[in-house]
Structures are given as C-alpha cells and as structure tokens.
Design a protein around this ligand. Structure first.
Ligand SMILES: Nc1ncnc2c1ncn2[C@@H]1O[C@H](COP(=O)(O)OP(=O)(O)O)[C@@H](O)[C@H]1O
Ligand SMILES: [Mg+2]
Length: 258
C-alpha cells in the first residue's frame, strides 16, 4: 500500500520543498519507490531537481490531458510530476477533483509507489485543499522563529476543517524544525510553545541550518546526493528514519483499533 504525505505550511520559505526532496531521496536509499508531486506554481521542486524542460504539468496529469507515461519523469532514482508558473491560473480545474484521494491511492497501487510526497504551495487554496484531502499524513516544516507560529496556527485550523469536510483520516505526522540553530535559546522556546499550545507531535530530529542545503538546488540535486556527509544530509536521513517509525506505529495502531 502506498502512503500519501503532504508537506504544507501557510507560509513560504519554511523548508517544505527542501524537505520533500530530501525525504524522497532518503526513502529512495531505503529501497522505496517514491513519486514527488510539485503542486506549487513556483515550481521550486521541479527546478531544484533540474526538471524544467517538460511537456505536461501536474494539472494536465490530474485532469487526464496527459497519461502517466507522459507526465511522470524519472530523475535521480525517484519520480516527479513537475509544475511551473503555468499552473498558477488553473486552480479552478482541480476544484471538481473530489475523488483525488482515490485517484492517488489508485496511482500508487497501479504504478507500485511506496510513497507519494506532495509539495504544497504556501497558500491555503484549491491545491493545498486537494493535497490534504488525498493525504494519509501531513508534515508541517517550520522555521523555528517566532513569526512561523503565525503560519502554523492557520494551517492547523485548515487541517481541522479538512478532517471534518473531506478527509477524516488525515493525520499530522509532525511539525519538523528546519534551519535550526541549536545555540539559539529561541529554538527550544518555540518548540515548547508549539507542543503546549497545539498539542501536536514535533519530530525529535531537526534539520540544522547548513549552507549545503541551500546550495544543493543550484546543482539540481538533493543535499543527500550533493553533499552526503553534510549535517543536513545526515539530519534528513535521521528525520526519514523517524518518519518511517511514526508511520509504522500509526499503521499498527489503526490495525489494532479497527
Ligand atoms: N537546512 C537548511 N539550511 C540552510 N538553508 C536552508 C535549509 N533548508 C532550506 N534552506 C533554504 O531556505 C530557503 C527556503 O526553503 P524551501 O525549502 O524552498 O522552503 P519552502 O518550500 O517552504 O518555501 C531555500 O532557499 C532553501 O535553499
Ligand atoms: Mg516551496
């Protein structure tokens, strides 16, 4: 069974795209077959993997204007359905995709994907809505700064709404601290505040501030491939191990309570 995991936050620059790419590559290294979907009109995920010259985008794929073979591009041992600014005006096209969850699950089964990771835009619109509706889990990457808490409260409210209206099974896998500077007292204060205020899981592993993570997209690579010995490559491998354990625990829990 393939899991669908969204990376979402109501804010730009919180590490959504970087986390999607690197967790995808870390899962690949664990012998998983992984598809990443770029649902952000900024197309940062596609660009960061060097996928800029393609014929069909994610909306063509979702609305059946292009087949799986035409839309899914193999790159660096994973697969991507790309996007670019051309999808910015096509949110209306996906509003009728009420069966998006079923569609993703069907694609995962048919094409044998273990994981489908969706990189969401930094806004709460139709794209984030269909992504969260299709997902088993959502990860909320967050910069550990006081201003990030604002984005967090908005996305938490939106997730609550999605659970009520379209996807009761959606589970927050955790808030993921990105660009962490351990020497700053603020880091722990923000994490404690999040824990206390939202009663939401926070990943034990965090991704430290590291220049290699920022450099990697210029080389069209994940940091795991660009600088495998860097702290951020190591951090993302640890985060991915924690993610696999969290998903296993959640699946076991669901099995025993059903
Ligand atoms: N661990 C890190 N250390 C340093 N820079 C980072 C790190 N993670 C991400 N960045 C940089 O921060 C910026 C925002 O990250 P990105 O993943 O694009 O966020 P989002 O997708 O949420 O907008 C990018 O320029 C990226 O290269
Ligand atoms: Mg992004």
């Amino acid at each position: 069974m393939g899991y669908v995991v969204s990376f979402s936050n109501h804010k730009g620059g919180t590490g959504k795209t970087t986390s999607t790419i690197n967790i995808a590559c870390a899962l690949r290294d664990q012998k998983k077959k992984v598809l990443v979907i770029d649902l952000d009109p900024q197309g940062n995920l596609s660009y960061s993997l060097g996928v800029t010259d393609y014929k069909f985008n994610v909306i063509d794929w979702l609305t059946d204007l292009a087949t799986d073979e035409q839309s899914i591009i193999p790159v660096q041992g994973i697969y991507i359905v790309p996007s670019s600014v051309s999808i910015a005006t096509r949110e209306e096209d996906v509003k009728s995709l009420w069966n998006f969850r079923y569609l993703m699950k069907e694609k995962a089964a048919l094409l044998d994907f273990d994981y489908i990771l969706i990189d969401c835009p930094p806004t709460i619109g139709a794209y984030t809505q269909i992504a969260l509706t299709a997902s088993d889990f959502v990860i909320i990457p967050i910069l550990l700064e006081i201003l990030s808490i604002q984005g967090l409260s908005q996305i938490m409210k939106f997730i609550k709404e999605i659970k009520i209206t379209s996807n009761p099974g959606l589970e927050i896998l955790g808030v993921l601290g990105v660009c962490v500077n351990e020497s700053r007292k603020l880091t722990n204060e923000v994490l404690e505040y999040i824990d206390f205020t939202y009663k939401v899981d926070v990943f034990n592993n965090r991704v430290h501030n590291n220049v290699k993570a920022a450099e990697a997209p210029s080389f069209a690579k994940s940091v795991i491939d660009y600088a495998p010995e860097s702290t951020s490559a190591r951090d993302y491998k640890s985060v991915t191990e924690e993610l696999l354990k969290k998903i296993e625990n959640s699946t076991n829990l669901k099995r025993t309570t059903n």
